[in-house]
Design a protein around this ligand. Sequence first.
Ligand code: C2O
Ligand code: CU
Length: 457
Amino acid sequence: MRGVVLVASPLLLLAGCSRDATKEDLCRVETIDDLDPDPNVVEVELVAGHHDWDPGSGTPIHGVAYNGSVPGPLIVADAGDTVRVHFRNEMTDMETTVHWHGLRIPDAMDGVPAIQTPVPPGGSFEYEFVVPDPGFYWYHPHMDGDQLIDRGLFGLFWVRDPAEPEVDCDLPLAIDDAELDEIGQVVMARGSERHGTHFGNTVFANARIDRRVPIAPGGNVLLRIVNVANARYFDLELEEHTLTVVATDGGWVAPYETRKLLVAPGERYTVWVRGTGEPGRRYALVNWREYVGMMDDDPLGSGPTTVLTLEYGDDRVDEASPVFPAPTLPEAIAGTVAHRYELQEGMLDGKMVFAIDGAVWPDAEPVVLPGNVETTLEFRNATMSRHPMHLHGQRFQVVKVDGVMVDRRAWKDTVDVQPGSKVTVVTPLDNPGRWMFHCHILEHGEEGMMSELVVAP
Ligand code: C2O
Ligand code: CU
């Protein structure tokens, strides 16, 4: 699928000055080159390495990146394509794996160290898989993610639907935070040093603190949002606009309008913005502070923080509203619960730990369930913190929260579970293998809130 999407001009990126950036540049992210002319094969080279990136402050962050770009380059494939990734680890001090968050692919390609031997510095690995479901996904290391993702090692993945509408400005958007010290460097802290979670003092939109998104009065913008932050829940609001949610983790939903949109770590939402604003005006997409846990130590305080600025042009256009494909969601009804997961926190040897079913990863027995059976699972949160729980290799529908039916259905792979609450999901478990189930607050995952689900063939 060669040359489908152009790569942003490197000169503009180097200049670090967005004043002269064209609308086209502002609506685009770095995109990977497809080396295979076969229309059904996407073949790419992906390199993890040390990289200095400028968040827009003029002080480069000494970080890490895929292919020297933060976010890592967008991989674009069509549903059903084979994706072949020649991966190289050029970091000198870390072994690593690449996990394809949300993709239903074979477990051997899932990039978790429980299955794949980590790639040592200087080593390489070939990932190859078929992408079955249209949607917006992301990729990241599955070891020391709390350190590496924070410093820039994550990338974006778009599986196109042949029926997607074309929208004037269609922007994949990684929202993130990090704690920067007085010389502008990412503070490396383990969860145990930060009461279990590590919040940032700086917010980024595609790795910039000053991201602008252009829109024409009467035009349309699509934001494909992923929250790549370690622990921060983003509660987004766009000044004087409503947001229309058209897709989430695993694809299309029946569109709905909302003033505020909560995006937990690891979750994705595709949001359509209709250009109802005034010509020439700017509107901020802000984040409101959201409760995550009792011990939250949030340097951003309680007010709104600007994530990006929506910038109206002067010329009115009269674009039609885009029409999005209908969701493909089988009816899902809660049955007998096949496994009840209990999410726990506590102290072990004087250290804060997070656990599932009394076990602190990796000291945990897998849960084994039969595959290809409609299965009901329950996630119970017995802690004082929220947990965005992520299941690898499968998709599920949330059918009940605290026993109350959920009307708005969607394919999900990550779901927020509130303190004291109980979430019931139904999944076809149609991808046999060994799958991680863990909290996507990266510190919680690293401190033990992870387990393995074996889906028997
Ligand atoms: Cu996005 Cu197991 O991770
Ligand atoms: Cu958690």
